[in-house]
Design a protein around this ligand. Structure first.
Ligand code: NAD
Length: 456
């Protein structure tokens, strides 16, 4: 079956109405959950082979997150999908109004390599809950996970409901020309623009989950020891290859030295004296990205770390300073275990330094000063905030996850995933009586009445 035929079959299946049935959707969510639970070892091995990511980390940051999300959907799907009553206004009295959430139809979900299971499968929970059919396109760079997921999805679901198509840029581009009803893309801002351009040609709605440079601001009143430990944990997780990794630290100048000392101790506490031998520390996905991160180190002052091994694609957790805002390490998303440290002095400086830069996906603020926190949050456009911690805000399905501007369009997780894969559909019911003549021509004598009623 070629790609065109596959999409056509999915459209036919969608039109059959089968996916609108809530019990069908719940049954599919349960199948997805069983697939993950029963095959966790295979998935962990695949991700290890792609990223040398330890099994414990795959379970805690990928599999548990998806299973938790699925359980949340199973618990809430009935209430999310209930039509909401809406009031009538003066113009539409008498009428009964409701807003339903209806599926888009056939969705395309494109994933990345850095969290190769969750970035592809997490949106699937929303697409199933929303009542869609879907085609998944995993990242070709995490090849072992891509082929494992292809086999598991193929064994679990009928292809005219959920299919997975492996491949790289060419396949992705071909898929983007097909008549989907929704595109959910996770990846870089550069490719996000290509995806949106392609979607625009067919007026297909998009959700774009992109990346960016998420700053960690460490204020003068912060608990430096815990800030440094949490920031280094976030920076080293998956060897820094996370869309919401703290990209750089903007620390109050009075606390910089203390921060660096605690950050060094934190790395040793988490990964030992030689992180290369730690079973908990990952590797860079491929030579291209390994070389890209090394290049970012050029012209920086390495405070700690800096050891590398091309054969293993290993980069030690590395803290650098001596970089201005124009240095490449402060311009592009680092996506690796390198942490530049820059300083500020006045309370208003972080906001004025960052507010006109491309909007990051996350903003981290370490402080106890509410007015500093509020001022910084409101002045810097960004996707989501986490105060006194990093990354944890994505683990709560009760709050949305997504970017703004350069970091993306739309949100997901929990109810927001259901909403990302459905649209609000208005239904108004009226009786044929009463039928006041005021809305019908001739209008002449009615204008003054309308003016009296509405133009005040
Ligand atoms: P990428 O944009 O290079 O690739 C993402 C997907 O797009 C892959 O499946 C790839 O095959 C496809 N693709 C690549 N080039 C394409 C093209 N020219 N036309 C059509 N499709 C194309 O991203 P990546 O390197 O896989 O992932 C890293 C980026 O993703 C980082 O910027 C990171 O911040 C971001 N990211 C965001 C999230 C999020 O949830 N917001 C999560 C993970 C990663």
């Amino acid at each position: 079956m070629n790609m065109n035929q596959l999409i056509e079959k999915q459209h036919i299946f969608f039109e059959s109405g089968a996916t609108r049935d809530l019990s069908f959707r719940k049954q599919q969510l349960k199948k997805l959950k069983s697939m993950l639970v029963n095959h966790q070892d295979e998935l962990c091995k695949a991700v290890y082979s792609d990223l040398r990511k330890p099994a414990r980390e795959v379970v805690s940051t990928e599999l548990i997150t998806i299973v938790d999300e699925i359980n949340f959907h199973l618990k809430n799907l009935d209430s999310w999908s209930k039509p909401q009553n809406a009031a009538a206004n003066l113009l539409t009295l008498p009428s009964k109004n409701e807003v339903r959430r209806v599926p888009f139809g056939v969705a395309l979900i494109i994933g990345t390599w850095n969290y190769p299971v969750s970035q592809l499968i997490l949106p699937v929970a929303g697409a199933i809950s929303g009542g869609n059919c879907m085609v998944l396109k995993p990242s070709e760079l995490a090849a072992a996970t891509s082929s494992t997921l292809t086999r598991l999805i193929g064994d679990t679901f009928e292809p005219d409901y959920i299919s997975i198509i492996e491949g790289g840029v060419e396949i992705s581009q071909t898929l983007l020309d097909l008549p989907f009803n929704k595109i959910f893309f996770t990846g870089s801002s550069r490719v996000g623009k290509i995806v949106m351009g392609k979607a625009a040609r067919q007026l297909i709605p998009v959700t774009l989950e992109l990346g960016g440079k998420s700053p960690a601001i460490v204020h003068k009143d912060a608990d430096i020891q815990s800030s440094a430990k949490r920031i280094m944990w976030g920076k080293c997780l998956n060897a820094g290859q996370i869309c919401i990794s703290p990209d750089f630290v903007l620390v109050h100048e009075e606390r910089k030295d203390e921060f660096i000392e605690h950050a060094k101790s934190a790395v040793e506490e988490l990964y030992g004296k030689n992180p290369k031998t730690s079973p908990d520390y990952g590797r860079i996905i491929n030579q291209h990205h390994y070389q890209r991160v090394l290049k970012l180190l050029e012209g920086t002052h390495i405070i700690t770390g800096g050891e590398t091994d091309a054969g293993e694609k290993y980069i030690e957790p590395t803290i650098v300073d001596g970089v201005g805002w124009e240095h490449p390490v402060m311009q592009e998303e680092i996506f690796g275990p390198v942490l530049p440290v820059v300083t500020y002095s006045g309370d208003k400086e972080p906001a004025s330094l960052l507010r006109y830069k491309p909007s990051p996906l996350a903003l981290y603020i370490f402080s106890r000063d509410d007015s500093f926190i509020e001022n910084t949050i409101t002045q810097i456009p960004h996707g989501g905030t986490c105060i006194n911690d990093v990354i944890m805000h994505i683990a709560n399905p009760n709050i949305p996850f997504g970017g703004t501007g350069n970091s993306g369009i739309g949100q997901y997780h929990g109810k927001y995933s259901f909403e990302a894969f459905t649209r609000p559909h208005a239904v108004m019911r009226r009786k044929t009586w009463p039928d006041p003549s005021v809305r019908y021509p001739p209008y002449d004598s009615k204008i003054s009445l309308l003016n009296k009623l509405f133009m005040k």
